[in-house]
Design a protein around this ligand. Sequence first.
Ligand code: ADP
Ligand code: MG
Length: 398
Amino acid sequence: MAKKTVKDLNVSGKKVIVRVDFNVPIKDGVIKDDNRIVQALPTINYLVEQGAKLILLSHLGKVDHKDPEKTVSDKKKNNMAPVAARLAELVDVPVKFCDVTRGEALEAAVEALKEKEILLVQNTRYEKGESKNDPELSKYWASLADLFVTDAFGSVHRAHSSTVGVAEILPSALGFLVEKEVVALGKAVHNPERPFVAILGGAKVSDKINVIENLLTTADRVIIGGGMAYTFLKAQGKEIGTSLCEDDKLDLAKEIMAKAGDKLVLPVDFRVAAAFSEEADNYLADDSAIPSDYMGLDIGPKSVELFTKALEGAKTVVWNGPMGVFEMKTYATGTIEVCKAISSLPGAYTVIGGGDSARAAIENGFQDDFSHISTGGGASLEFMEGKELPGIAVIQEK
Ligand code: ADP
Ligand code: MG
């Protein structure tokens, strides 16, 4: 890889801005899952060991800057203070917290930083200019430090001040988490050992058009399940009842199928339900027998068998998107079975990209059974689209 990594920087005694992804779920001031903080620790600990002065920047939730009342309540809800407290428990050095994103208090806190100390700055989205990559804001934040490291993989697909603007000004490098993601996803998407099979699902075709099209050009087989399969089935003239369907994507689905030929594998049976609910009347139906008032909420056992066959012998597998409404136990079987099928492939390099797919795999106990589970939902999706991620593109070459 040609991008500089944190090991290429001389950080001793230097002020280093590290863009982390501390966008953790918080309810009533309590962190529900600290995984994102934990994932950033290798880079943070390395910089501490090297004697850097760390200035951590992250966003947390969203802040509305249009409605003043909403701005106040969003800021209150998405205050970074609980994150600083949790981080302090996870590292061996002092963690200071600055509850503003600019001004004398921040500048004084930065000046007071000693080597091996960490300063976590308030939520970057307190600044209206953050999401607009405002040059004035970028220049201001950059003026606080000597170096920039990006370790926020979940945010590198966004060109914001803290992800791109600051990096355009300061000498920069990738942190260990971003480096790991780029290498792991790149190995599957750019350099797959063949046969390469992609398995796509999730709710909407429109979310995944670019992923489908890109993977159809690189993969040897593309399997489609989940809600988006029904648009394809309808485009084939099948009755899909009240299943999810994007009528404005029917022509596109036809085009994709014509181009893909037998590269594309679609499900052949489903668990159909009378309503979008766990308790609704539900049963297994073939693709020729979905009643007009039922909706497909999971793939059925024949589809699992078909998909398992299509995966056989694969040396690289990329999975994005659940096979059904896995959040409800009744419709989680297809997703779990596909998880099993992928993770038991002998000698295959297996990658999950996509927030919900990763969650489905982890919640069902498959966290150690894949070669790589990406930490970035939107970022891994854009990576699989073959797009250049702005927060990585901006980092200096070696
Ligand atoms: P990822 O985050 O892995 O990229 P998506 O966000 O595209 O995945 O899709 C996940 C969502 O798709 C889940 O909330 C799931 O309930 C929904 N989904 C999957 N299959 C169906 C279906 N048959 N009908 C409705 N929703 C579905
Ligand atoms: Mg999702």
